[in-house]
Design a protein around this ligand. Structure first.
Ligand SMILES: Cc1cc2nc3c(=O)[nH]c(=O)nc-3n(C[C@H](O)[C@H](O)[C@H](O)COP(=O)(O)O)c2cc1C
Length: 200
């Protein structure tokens, strides 16, 4: 499957064949692809909670208003982010760069995010958006379908997964084998409604 086929064929699939596992090899390929997603200053805010226990899946399903994909998909992730990642051992993000680059980037990054709480959170969410899209396209390339989700009680899910301080939940992601196709596309806006040239 080429990249354009994956983009075209990725749909939010709501019904999955239950009790089918993703192979370990596919899981590794999927996650190794996700880890290559771009982030500002290479901060990689994402933290993935892979929910493997049946009981935990059922609790999450109840907190997601019974959405079947939460329990039935082969994989279910709660895609979280560390909002403070910009300030947590940032030398990790440039570990393989030349020393001059590190010396330039690290203070620049600090000044960019320091005391800007809204920006710190925005950036964490942006990173998760990048990871989520990679995850869905990589899953499609491996022969799986996916469904991103925000339809759940965020506070209660945070409690259930013991979300650490300074972390946020961006979304859940179900990945598995489709049982039913996605509904027909519900109404894509024409390019003319969303593209402007040079300014609004
Ligand atoms: C951030 C985000 C949250 C979503 N939350 C849900 C959800 O809770 N439940 C659901 O069934 N679909 C959810 N969707 C799927 C969207 O409804 C779907 O992506 C959109 O209608 C476009 O359809 P398509 O992905 O099949 O092209 C979500 C999608 C995104 C990107």
């Amino acid at each position: 499957m080429n990249i354009f086929q994956a983009i075209e064929q990725r749909r939010a699939v709501k019904h999955y064949q239950p009790n089918l596992n993703m192979t370990d090899e596919d899981f590794k390929t999927l996650m190794n692809s996700v880890l290559l997603s771009p982030t500002s200053y290479n901060i990689q805010h994402w933290r993935f909670v892979r929910v493997t226990e049946r009981a935990q899946r059922e609790k999450l399903k109840a907190l997601a208003w019974g959405q079947a994909q939460v329990s039935d998909a082969s994989e279910l992730f709660v895609l979280c982010a560390d909002v403070n990642a910009w300030n947590d051992r940032p030398e990790r993000y440039v570990a393989n760069s030349p020393k001059e680059t590190q010396d330039m980037l690290l203070p620049m990054m600090h000044n960019f995010y320091n005391q800007k709480e809204q920006l710190q959170r925005d950036e964490a969410m942006r990173s998760c958006g990048m990871a989520a899209q990679t995850m869905m396209l990589a899953a499609k390339g491996l022969g799986y379908d996916s469904c991103p989700m925000v339809g759940f009680d965020h506070d209660k899910v945070a409690e259930l997964i013991q979300l650490p301080k300074n972390h946020v939940i961006a979304m859940m992601m179900a990945i598995g084998y489709a049982e039913k196709e996605a509904y027909p596309r519900s109404g894509q806006l024409p390019l003319s409604d969303v593209l402007v040239e040079n300014q609004f």
